[in-house]
Design a protein around this ligand. Sequence first.
Ligand code: NDP
Length: 284
Amino acid sequence: MATSILGAPIAAALENEVTAIVSELAAAGVVPRLVALAAGHDPASEVYLGRQAKAAARLGMSYEIRRAAEPTEAAVLAEIDALNADPSVTGVIVQMPLPAGIRSEVVQARLSPEKDVEGVHPANLGALLESAPTVAPCTAAAVVECLLASNIPLRGADVVVVGRSRIVGRPAALLLVEKDATVTLAHSRSRDLAAVTRRADIVVMAVGRAGLLTPDMLRTGAVVIDVGINEVFTDGKRSIVGDALPAIADVCSAFTPVPGGVGPVTVALLWRNAARLAKRRLAR
Ligand code: NDP
């Protein structure tokens, strides 16, 4: 019977870490001040913003939602420039998805790396090549946290990461190498994906295709970390599923469920990044 790696307790432990940093900062008279920058009124983002506000209050951080004057790249970049110049702002979260026509990589690169809570500025991505980056992209870091919290050995382990995006697959591969894993990075052009994943002790799915990973693609006892978030409709009913078929539970030894696995850990790491950036600023 495979173990389900649940995100909630891992996220709770990370939140304790955040609270400890926030208390340390409070003792020095500093409260992290976060700004969430929204460019439009995407319904899913509005729900997410509400959740962020509640979490920030619980964790003792100041939180404000700022909206670009209009849903254009120029207006978003103008807001970013203002936030970069405001010394009271310690961190910025750019709400995704951005409206059509606004290039996320341009916006991410404009934000000061010192305020880049999501860890996606090119300078912060580059810092992943060093051993101890201050902030890493949250989802990539969540993959490693799920494995560490579950005491799954990484040193020398064969890990296959499927998906090579700039902010999920690639950084996850780098973070895993840093933990002494032997990492293969697979993607849409990989030849015979099943043969690649079958060799792995740990398979990380970061693709965005429901049911891509099937039980026959796994070695018995493998661990599956499923990053995928896919909306599917069955008999007209909407649900969210990962990249792995539920039947992988018959073959693997442990897996992260979707929802309830990597997602909550990703969110907790956003707050840890926010606390770490505020702390780094204080240390200057
Ligand atoms: P991207 O679309 O940017 O990247 C997808 C990657 O999957 C690409 O590298 C692509 O390869 C690869 N791919 C596509 N089809 C296949 C295939 N058939 N076989 C092997 N590889 C394939 O997605 P993201 O990295 O942004 O996100 C990945 C998933 O993670 C999504 O479902 C997203 O919703 C989810 N996500 C989850 C988060 C969480 O907190 N749990 C947070 C962020 C994202 P190629 O490069 O060759 O095109």
